[in-house]
Design a protein around this ligand. Structure first.
Ligand SMILES: C[S@@+](CC[C@H](N)C(=O)[O-])C[C@H]1O[C@@H](n2cnc3c(N)ncnc32)[C@H](O)[C@@H]1O
Length: 205
């Protein structure tokens, strides 16, 4: 692999986040809770959300360290698009890709309510041919989406993006790193959410 891990030397302090980001996270949490209260889909999805404040702090840190080329972020498996919205508010144009249609629709409504112009796309975040990088018998969550890759509808290949954010399910991080390594452009950052207080950042060499 040609990925180099970048060391995050940041003290977590959500008071440093822009007020627009804090307001967006609070709105999103309220709306998502209400959505699940009224939805019958909650048990049928692979959706689990990341720690939005922590992700926002890491994206801000990446910006302050000038690790991010001035290019777009793509959120792989965006759910309601909360991280996509955070990136946009931090000045990184962003798109989200999600395989569950009902999450894409709810996310679009949520972003619109907050006046955030980032777009969410229904489809597979895996580029065509990426699934072959996994062993056939591997039960990867990301492989359960069998729909076509979303990059044709975004009208841009993965290589146009300067940063990929992904919440990897336990056990699938190696596969996702392989996909990123094989298909992203050199210099692109991979921000991988691994669980509470655990985010890793890689640069493709
Ligand atoms: C663990 S959730 C993370 C949600 C959000 N990114 C966050 O950080 O809060 C993973 C999401 O990825 C979606 N997903 C899984 N595999 C996918 C694929 N191959 N293409 C698109 N979406 C996928 C799931 O439906 C789920 O909503």
């Amino acid at each position: 692999m040609t990925l180099r891990e970048l060391q995050l030397d940041l003290e977590l302090d959500s008071t440093l986040l822009p007020s627009s980001v804090v307001a967006w996270i609070n709105l999103a949490r309220r709306e998502i809770e209400e959505f699940w209260d009224q939805s019958s889909n909650s048990k049928k999805t692979e959706y689990v959300e990341s720690d939005f404040e922590h992700v926002a702090e890491v994206l801000l840190h990446c910006q302050q360290k000038s690790w991010l080329a001035c290019r777009e972020l793509v959120e792989w498996g965006c759910g309601f698009g909360v991280v996509t919205g955070i990136a946009e508010l931090l000045g990184l144009p962003a798109v989200g890709i999600e395989s569950e249609g009902f999450l894409v629709e709810a996310g679009r409504r949520l972003l619109q309510k907050a006046g955030i112009s980032a777009e969410l796309f229904h489809g597979n975040f895996l580029p065509a041919g990426a699934a072959e990088l996994a062993l056939v018998e591997d039960p990867r969550v990301a492989l359960q989406a069998t729909m076509p890759s979303a990059y044709a509808s975004i009208n841009r290949p993965l290589t146009d993006f300067g940063c990929v954010f992904c919440y990897a399910w336990p056990g699938e991080e190696h596969f996702l790193k392989l996909v990123f390594d094989r298909f992203a452009a050199p210099d692109t950052l991979l921000v991988l959410y691994r669980g509470p207080y655990h985010i890793e950042v890689y640069r493709k060499l």
